[in-house]
Every structure is written in C-alpha cells, then in structure tokens.
Ligand binder design. Structure first.
Ligand SMILES: [Zn+2]
Ligand SMILES: [Zn+2]
Length: 138
C-alpha cells in the first residue's frame, strides 16, 4: 500500500492516507473559496478508514452540506492551514492536496463551477459540473 504523508504549514499536525484517492476535484463552492482565500479547493477524496491523523489535534469547523449532513473542516489552530474536510454524507475526507509533502495527483473534475468567481481558472482537460456530477449526491 502506498502511503501519502501531509501536514499543516507549521508542522503541529500531521496525517497520512493509504492508496490512491477515490476522486480528486477542484471545488469552486463558496465555502471552499472562503476556506482557501482562492477560487478553489483541490480535494483528494479518501475513504475515512484509509486516513489517520498522526500528530497533534486539528480544530474543527462544521457546516451543513447540500445534503443537510455535516461537513467538518479540520484545520490547524496555530497556522490556520486547512487540512481536510470530513464529508459525513459520503463517509470520506476531502484532503487538501496542497498539504501533502509530495502531491502526485491531478484533478479529475471541476465541481460547483456555477459558484465560481468571475476570475476563476478552470483546467481545460477535465469535465466541469455546475454542482456535482449526476448520481454523486451532495
Ligand atoms: Zn499548523
Ligand atoms: Zn467546495
């Protein structure tokens, strides 16, 4: 099994996950814009049983997702790096690709493109969805 290691910027919090993500997305929703201070979040979707925090305890900010179920953002209280979002409706973490030590993954789709700011930049070689792809729920 391949192990992928990540941390916040200051190093207080570390984590890893095993295997390739089940999806990798650019998310342009308003929440991700606020979280990143950017046009998008680069999330790697990792099943919860493949992910583990190994150092420190992240702070949590919870909001309701489109499904009504909670999305729990995990971030470092010291340096404020966003590490992942626990999507309880899907039983996975959306791990911030930028927090990995060596990110080798590329985005496979753009989601919530209808919420993107006018200056957002989209990759041209992957599908783009107004919200979520059909059948993926939310
Ligand atoms: Zn930190
Ligand atoms: Zn989002």
């Amino acid at each position: 099994m391949e192990k992928h290691i990540g941390s916040c910027r200051c190093g207080d919090i570390e984590f890893y996950f095993y295997n390739d993500p089940i999806n990798s997305i650019f998310c342009y929703c308003k929440e991700c814009q606020a979280l990143t201070g950017s046009d998008k979040w680069f999330g790697l979707w990792v099943p919860k049983d493949k992910f583990k925090f190994t150092k420190g305890t992240p702070s949590t900010y919870t909001r309701a997702g489109d499904s009504g179920k909670g999305v729990n953002y995990k971030f470092c209280a010291t340096c404020s790096s966003a590490l992942c979002a626990e999507v309880t409706a899907g039983n996975f973490y959306s791990v911030s690709a930028t927090s990995l030590k060596n990110n080798k993954f590329n985005p496979k789709m753009s989601i919530y493109a209808s919420s993107a700011p006018s200056w957002a930049i989209f990759p041209t070689d992957v599908p783009k969805f107004d919200t979520l792809p059909p059948g993926m729920g939310g």
